[in-house]
Design a protein around this ligand. Sequence first.
Ligand SMILES: Nc1ncnc2c1ncn2[C@@H]1O[C@H](COP(=O)(O)OP(=O)(O)OP(=O)(O)O)[C@@H](O)[C@H]1O
Ligand SMILES: Nc1nc2c(ncn2[C@@H]2O[C@H](COP(=O)(O)O)[C@@H](O)[C@H]2O)c(=O)[nH]1
Length: 198
Amino acid sequence: MSGPRPVVLSGPSGAGKSTLLKKLLKDYKGVFGFSVSHTTRDPRPGEVDGKDYHFTNREAMQEDIDTGEFIETNEFSGNLYGTSKCAVQDVRAKGLICILDVDIAGVRHIKETDLDPIYVSIQPPSIEVLEERLRGRATETEEKIQSRLEAARIDMEECNEPGLFDIVIVNDDLDESYEKLQSVLKEEIIRVQEGIKS
Ligand SMILES: Nc1ncnc2c1ncn2[C@@H]1O[C@H](COP(=O)(O)OP(=O)(O)OP(=O)(O)O)[C@@H](O)[C@H]1O
Ligand SMILES: Nc1nc2c(ncn2[C@@H]2O[C@H](COP(=O)(O)O)[C@@H](O)[C@H]2O)c(=O)[nH]1
């Protein structure tokens, strides 16, 4: 499919991906669109079905996986997550830059497709800061915090693998991280904005 290149945002749970992507969606209306993933986890307070995720159950999601409706799926912290073909097509059909929020296994799966996105890893300054953010968000049980921290340690090691990401942004100061993110996406943003004007 032609159009702007999609963007994959990855990085440990709690590093700040959703915070940054929500800023992009708010500041660049008509430029970005979010690829709404499926998940079998329960919604958090304030999360909206069809907007934040398609909340589903394992049986229904497995059926859709078996019929080839997903680009990629992964088990994360006891739940299934996945990007459907429709989620990406819906955004790209509107000519928008499609943003995908996926874990590092999702990144590796997407690398095997022809999507050709810009790969961005959002990393915390340290595992201690990440733990503080996860606890501060107050959305996870102690068991889930521990499993997310375990996954984070692996992600923090693997993110520097040569060729895996186009950029690794250490999200210490939020404004600085947002500047870096806008800067790496500048070319695609301009492409869409100029398309809108003409
Ligand atoms: N630069 C920052 N400094 C301080 N706090 C931050 C920063 N960036 C994000 N946070 C806070 O850290 C918490 C986790 O951020 P966020 O929910 O965006 O993470 P995430 O990477 O999207 O996590 P998940 O993958 O679990 O959805 C939030 O409470 C957010 O407000
Ligand atoms: N491989 C995929 N990973 C995904 C997808 N959607 C979200 N995620 C990742 O899951 C964890 C946990 O997310 P949370 O919302 O429960 O905190 C996080 O790392 C996301 O990036 C997906 O479609 N595929």
